[in-house]
Design a protein around this ligand. Sequence first.
Ligand code: ATP
Ligand code: MG
Length: 456
Amino acid sequence: MAKIIIIDDEPAMVEVIATLCREKGHQVFPFNSAPKAVEQLDSIQPQVVIADIKMETMTGFDVLRHMREHHRQAAVILITAYGTVETAVGAMKMGAYDYVTKPFKIDELQLTVQRALDYQAALRENVYLRKELKNRYRFENIIGTSRKMQQVYNLINKVADTDSTVLIQGESGTGKELVARGLHFNSNRQHHPFVAINCSALPENLLESELFGHKKGAFTGAVADKRGLFEEANLGTIFLDEVNSMAPPLQTKLLRVLQEREVRRVGDNKSSPVNVRVVGATNEPLQPKLRDGTFREDLYYRLAVIPVEIPPLRDRLEDVPLLVNHFLQKQASAAGGEPKKIDPAAVDILCHYGYPGNVRELENAIERACALCEDDLILPSDLPPHIVSEAQGEKADQALAAMPVGQPLDEFIQQQERGYIEATLSHCKGSREKAASMLDISMATLYRKVEPKNRK
Ligand SMILES: Nc1ncnc2c1ncn2[C@@H]1O[C@H](COP(=O)(O)OP(=O)(O)OP(=O)(O)O)[C@@H](O)[C@H]1O
Ligand SMILES: [Mg+2]
């Protein structure tokens, strides 16, 4: 049971909403004027405030602003008769939990209230879960408790201590490098070097001498002997990032290193043995490149002895709240001081976005929000606008998808109308006279609309 304040200057509307909330067992505090409700906030301490946007003297936005300043723990749901995207986005930006468009379906409002309450509970729980699961599910500083990430942890736990070659595949920003480091620092090679090289960053010949080293005089500019990264990484791990971009001649040389476990410097005629664990990463699936011959199949099977696939963030949005917490703490330890807080409405927006840039994009959004926000509380307005509008669109699409379609419009409108009349009637304890007056229609109209035999 929650305490819910309802504010609308139309008494009938307040009554209908109050009935719907009471039906779900909540304790309701109805008000016809916003200033009166605001006066009572301290003594009531509501979990949810439902307010109409369009009211005289103090609008729903004014109420929302007041709540954000003085009662941040309560979720605010706004009711709008217009439902324009601007109003909705404005409400969300200002930190409303959600909005409901009039006329709403009976269970729509009840569901929105329930989601707001569940959400508050989940946030409280996450703080607890974070501590609880710390050692069970956290692989170093890799955050995420989704099933998909747990599968990744299980796999890397199993293979960390082996010398098997690992190929990590995942879109840009999914944490491939983090996983590669996790593998190394959880293996028995952890006290030896971890050497990372991005294979797409250098032209072919430079990459070759970087990886394998060169002899003095091997090419113009090779003024002295140079050890390659494989030798640097001896006894440790070498991380070949974006190995998919490696040119075919180099692929052949890499294959030889993997097979023979020895490297030959450019310009040298003898090889020396290396003991290195190889971890590769690719941000595109390699199968098409195998098919068109741009990536050697035999090298692929050497590299992908253990393939690890990191799922994109959009497939594990349930990890977003934990990641948000993590990045807030990361920002705080970089800047010094306490981590900033984040408004639940902002977290909700972050949970409804598709993240083409994956975790890195989320991290950047949090960094930006920490820089923009005032009062140490991140609000929806501190998030990048494209994230807010896409999340808003996503929520609207979900609402649309939940609508029953395939019905003639007349029939749908009649159904809605009937639901509303029935709610009013039940509120008036079956008195048709009271209901008609509350609905501001004649008794005859009421009869016509509710008598089954008169329905089309
Ligand atoms: N699960 C995670 N938990 C915490 N931080 C993460 C996680 N995944 C990614 N990050 C952070 O996101 C950023 C990007 O991660 P990383 O560099 O490992 O991605 P990547 O897959 O190598 O990306 P790219 O393909 O663009 O090189 C880093 O700052 C990393 O710390
Ligand atoms: Mg990377």
